[in-house]
Write a protein that binds this ligand. Structure first.
Ligand SMILES: [Zn+2]
Length: 150
C-alpha cells in the first residue's frame, strides 16, 4: 500500500494526521503490517505513551489517523468513549488501535489485553469493528489479534 503523506493543512489540525481524499485514492489497510507502516513512524522516539486510532471505511480504506490520548511513560488512556467518539465522527466502519511502549518492550500488559477486549465488545455494539490493537516497542511491535486477544 502507499501511505498518504501528512497533508498541508495538518498544521492547523494536529490531531488529524491524514485526510481521506476520494475513495479510490485511499490506501487499503488490510493487515497489522499495513497499520504498523502508518503508526510506527508516528510513535517512534516518543518518551510518553501515545494512543493512535486508525479509522477505516467499509472497504478498510484509510480515513485518518487520530491521536486519542497522550499519557505518561508507562500508561495511556484508552477510554471507549473517546475512541468511539472519534471513530464515529470519522464515519469509520472499522479501526485499528495502536499505542507505544517507551521502554521498547512491546509485550502487552494485562491492562492492554483487558482494554482491548472491552473495546472490541463496544465495537460490536456500535457496528465498528476493532480489527487489531498494536503495541509498538522499539524495534518490534506486536499484534494483539495475532496473540489471540481479539
Ligand atoms: Zn501498553
Amino acid at each position: 500500500m502507499t501511505a498518504s503523506p501528512a497533508c498541508p493543512t495538518c498544521t492547523t489540525d494536529p490531531q488529524r494526521l491524514f485526510r481521506p481524499g476520494p475513495p479510490a485514492a485511499r490506501p487499503q489497510v488490510n493487515s497489522p503490517e499495513d497499520a504498523a507502516a502508518l503508526v510506527v513512524p508516528l510513535l517512534e522516539g516518543r518518551d510518553r505513551e501515545h494512543c493512535l486510532l486508525v479509522t477505516l471505511d467499509a472497504k478498510h480504506r484509510l480515513l485518518g489517523v487520530d491521536t486519542v490520548s497522550v499519557g505518561s511513560v508507562d500508561h495511556t488512556f484508552m477510554a471507549p468513549r473517546e475512541i468511539f467518539r472519534d471513530a464515529l465522527a470519522a464515519g469509520a466502519s472499522a479501526l485499528f488501535l495502536a499505542h507505544n511502549h517507551p521502554s521498547g518492550d512491546p509485550a502487552p500488559s494485562l491492562d492492554d489485553r483487558q482494554v482491548t477486549r472491552r473495546l472490541a465488545q463496544a465495537g460490536v455494539t456500535l457496528g465498528v469493528d476493532l480489527l487489531d490493537h498494536l503495541v509498538v516497542g522499539d524495534p518490534d511491535w506486536v499484534s494483539l489479534a495475532r496473540l489471540g486477544v481479539l
